[in-house]
Design a protein. Structure first.
Length: 199
């Protein structure tokens, strides 16, 4: 879902999700497999709620967030077509964070979280993810968030792009994020939490 590197494409623009942009987001999600099912609702529901929800229900739920304040996420365009998405916002909007031992809440402040990226297959390695990350950081700063955090994938070798939905660790480190915690994840793995201070 993400490009771990690549060249910045100056033709990338990022806008907040709004009701009149939802058809573009739906078209983008049709280029993936997991996105057609989860509709970026995994972190916005408890484990029980997510397991019980259908793809159609997830879509309706995300569409219902189209006019949310702050935005439910940000949509990237390249050459006029939807190219990528990032779900980012106040941590309180993601009950999975803090509701699972695998995603503990490690900062009591009202930080923002970045939980998911999706970049269309034909637009990877063109700077789309970096543009989305910059937009998320900028939105968090504009909203007065003290910091923004994420839960990246620490890839040891080549990975299926769909497994990078939380973003590869180097993407965040290059953007000024710092590692703040490592959470044990059976069997023998760890989950990294990174944070960028904004205040």
């Amino acid at each position: 879902m993400l490009e771990p590197g690549g060249n910045v494409d100056l033709g990338v623009t990022v806008v907040r999700l709004a009701p009149d942009r939802f058809d573009d987001l739906a078209a983008l999600f049709r280029t993936g497999t997991e996105t057609r099912w989860c509709w970026c609702m995994y972190f916005r529901r408890t484990a029980r709620e997510f397991s019980a929800a259908s793809a159609a229900e997830n879509r309706v739920a995300l569409e219902g967030l189209g006019a949310a304040e702050p935005a439910a996420g940000y949509l990237a365009y390249r050459a006029g077509a939807p190219a990528g998405w990032v779900s980012a916002g106040p941590i309180e909007g993601y009950p999975r964070i803090g509701g699972s031992r695998f995603y503990p809440r490690t900062d009591p402040r009202p930080v923002w979280s970045i939980v998911c990226f999706f970049v269309a297959p034909g637009d990877r390695r063109r700077g789309v993810a970096r543009a989305l990350l910059e937009a998320a950081v900028g939105a968090a700063r504009a909203a007065g968030a003290p910091a923004i955090e994420a839960y990246p994938i620490e890839a040891a070798g080549p990975r299926n792009p769909s497994s990078l939905y939380r973003g590869p660790l180097p993407l965040y480190l290059r953007a000024g994020f710092a590692e703040v915690a490592r959470v044990p994840v059976p069997p023998g793995a760890t989950r990294v939490i990174v944070r960028r201070e904004l205040a």
